[in-house]
Ligand binder design. Sequence first.
Ligand code: FAD
Ligand code: DHB
Length: 397
Amino acid sequence: MAIIRTQVGIVGAGPAGLMLAHLLHLQGIESVVLESHSRPYVESRVRAGVLEQGTVDMLRESGIGGRIEREGLQHHGVELRFGGEGHRIDFQDLVGKSITVYAQQEVVKDLIAARLRYDEPIFFEAEAMRVSDFESRPRIHYAQDGSENEIACDFLAGCDGFHGMCRPAVAAGQIKFYERQYPFAWLGILARVPPASDELIYTYHERGFSLMSMRSPEISRLYLQCAVDEDIANWPDERIWEELQMRMATHDGFALKDGPIFQKGITPMRSFVAEPMQFGKLFLLGDAAHIVPPTGAKGLNLAVADVRVITRGLVEFYKSGNREELERYTERCLRRVWRGQRFSWWMTSMLHRFPGEDGFSHHIHLAELGYVTSSRAASTSLAENYVGLPFDTPGLF
Ligand code: FAD
Ligand code: DHB
């Protein structure tokens, strides 16, 4: 059995684990990243697409923004569509900021490339089986190539997503959960067809929510609300296009063009927060600690915000031995996480049809959307949350 010693042991090579490893490297702090899947798997896993301006700035300031700058699609607004009409929320005019559409797996590729360029340790197909002694001298027990090995570290970063093993390692009485499940899911596709609009379109319709996004000038990313227990086999391509076309239709004849679908998946919707996010020397980051429904496009951005907070704490600790920032990790993260939760829950509630809703509920959805798109105050509130609330800590880099 091999024992590797490092300063920070990181479980998970998603956006949280990779970004943390990258920022720590820039600060001269050693880490080892463990990832249970293969490199091709994590580099092709289709998920998020919208990066807040603060997330893009952080990637750029840490030296890996080159490809985002060249290939990312900068958007200055989004459209909310309902009652057969589109209404633009102009971020630039309302809050002077923008968002960037750049696929999560491209962020993951950029961060892995940086890790390998610096020749820093990252082990793929290395599954953490157990974490121990996180009140004293933390250890990660992991399996790779049929043998069991160990990482001994000063701090342990649980960046292993919602279904990971770090959060369940915490004793039941020490952690509290807050949760909402939604009675619907999203069916998402990637299709080889130019996006129907230059900006994202979020649509509320009596048949349910739909969203038009994109990955490039040739590739569209589309989502539609479906049943929570939906079987993807019930959704042949023609049915998906027909449903999207009905939901996105406008009075002035908007026509969504179809094209070959090359990826399909169903995403459940959940709001979840674990409190606290730290246990001795174990820290939970990103989806391991909190999940939002995807309607506000906040999950990856919240994960990266946790990385920012913990990096600050670790830098201070290794520079001066001062643990003050680390001790405030949960408090600093959760204040902003709950704002992200509120926004994601609100966008989800406003834009989806809940089972059993009647005419009254339908008119409330329409009234709320009408208000949000016609009042400058309400549009500004949506815009400032969508582009990302400020990090409450001053810039680290
Ligand atoms: P993950 O990305 O889940 O990474 C965790 C990693 O840990 C994985 O690679 C996993 O394989 C690994 N792992 C797990 N267990 C172990 C173990 N025992 N040992 C070793 N490794 C392990 N967010 C946005 O900000 N904007 C959006 O537009 C957006 N849209 C979304 C659309 C969809 C359809 C979905 C599903 C999500 C969307 N999100 C969005 C959310 C975003 O994808 C997640 O919040 C983000 O992936 C969280 O990153 P993470 O690093 O915390 O976790
Ligand atoms: C995308 C995903 C989201 O959850 C969202 O709100 C907007 C866009 C996307 O994958 O492009």
